[in-house]
Design a protein around this ligand. Structure first.
Ligand code: HEM
Length: 279
């Protein structure tokens, strides 16, 4: 095999290569985000772009049930203490899937400005009594971004409709997480074509804004999927109808993964999730 030696390169090519390396380094290495005085506020972090979301689905081991019940119950306080310790670094949500899912009993959604802080929380969780007695079934990582398509500038009417309807149901009791991946054909459409498809996606969803809360995390390059879609609702029949209405828009033809798994759970406080699992 013939190796390229730096000594054999013409001076102009060498200078060009060095310049390219310097440019790559200055453009690809983003300045580290200051996280020293960031205080996590739920209403802010859940609406801002540039926020990482880590979803981790856990299945309890049979050994969990062999631990005395009082110790299992104590785990609720142990996890609450851990959440309190990390409250300036991460927003922690815990959901109960036992009874609704085969492969998981509970899952976390961690929101963080700094992904490494979410990792630290999850690492420390694995040292708690319940963390030591559970196996990870799946992990999804994504980041929130500003709207790409249905913006005021690119799709003014739909953008206005999105803003005019808000959730009006009772406090949502259910959570649904659906990972989505699109194919290369989608990514090779022109922006205008994708905009047209996303407008066709948005039109049938508008009536459901009153029943369903939603949140989108972009995952391309951070995970094997392109999007993590997160929903809260109190009306699972409306949600079922919403998904049926989206199944027949042309955008659906570009999906190579949709769900698999779809995770359905109930929304409870972290302590109540652990208590339910300790019973
Ligand atoms: C109330 C219901 C829903 C509304 C109002 C809604 C609205 C929207 C809008 C406006 C966008 C475009 C965001 C942008 O401009 O960047 C979008 C993107 C997206 N939605 Fe929905 N949606 C709803 C439900 C769903 C459901 C049930 C799914 C299925 C999992 C879904 C999957 C997605 C995905 C994957 C994207 C990103 C697509 C891309 O950027 O290529 N949405 N949605």
């Amino acid at each position: 095999m013939k190796f390229l030696s730096i000594r054999n390169l013409p001076v102009s090519l060498l200078a060009g290569t060095i310049a390219a390396i310097i440019t790559m380094q200055t453009t690809s290495i983003a300045a580290p985000q200051s996280t020293t005085d960031t205080v996590i506020e739920r209403s802010k972090i859940l609406t801002q772009p540039g926020v990482f979301g880590v979803f981790t689905m856990f299945k309890l081991r049979p050994e969990w049930n062999k631990i005395p019940e009082t110790e299992r119950m104590d785990s609720a306080a142990e996890v609450a203490k851990l959440i309190e310790k990390h409250k300036d670094n991460v927003l922690v949500d815990l959901y109960l899937t036992r009874g609704l899912e085969t492969n998981s009993d509970f899952f976390f959604r961690i929101n963080a400005y700094d992904l490494a802080k979410a990792q630290t929380f999850m690492r420390e969780f694995r040292s708690t009594t319940i963390g030591k007695n559970a196996d990870i079934f799946d992990t999804l990582v994504g980041v929130t971004k500003p709207l790409n398509y249905i913006t005021k500038a690119k799709s003014p009417e739909l953008n206005a409709s999105l803003g005019s309807a808000t959730y009006a149901g009772d406090a949502p009791r259910y959570v649904i997480v659906i990972p989505v991946k699109k194919n290369a054909e989608w990514w090779n459409l022109s922006f205008e074509q994708r905009l047209k498809e996303m407008e066709s996606h948005t039109v049938p969803t508008l009536p459901y804004l009153v029943n369903v809360k939603r949140k989108l995390y972009h995952a391309t390059g951070l995970d094997d999927i392109d999007f993590i879609t997160y929903f809260e609702t109190n009306d699972l029949i409306a949600f079922n109808n919403l998904v049926i209405s989206l199944a027949s828009v042309p955008e659906n033809k570009y999906h190579v993964r949709w769900g698999n798994p779809t995770t359905l759970g109930t929304i409870l406080s972290p302590e109540n999730v652990i208590k339910a699992l300790a019973e």
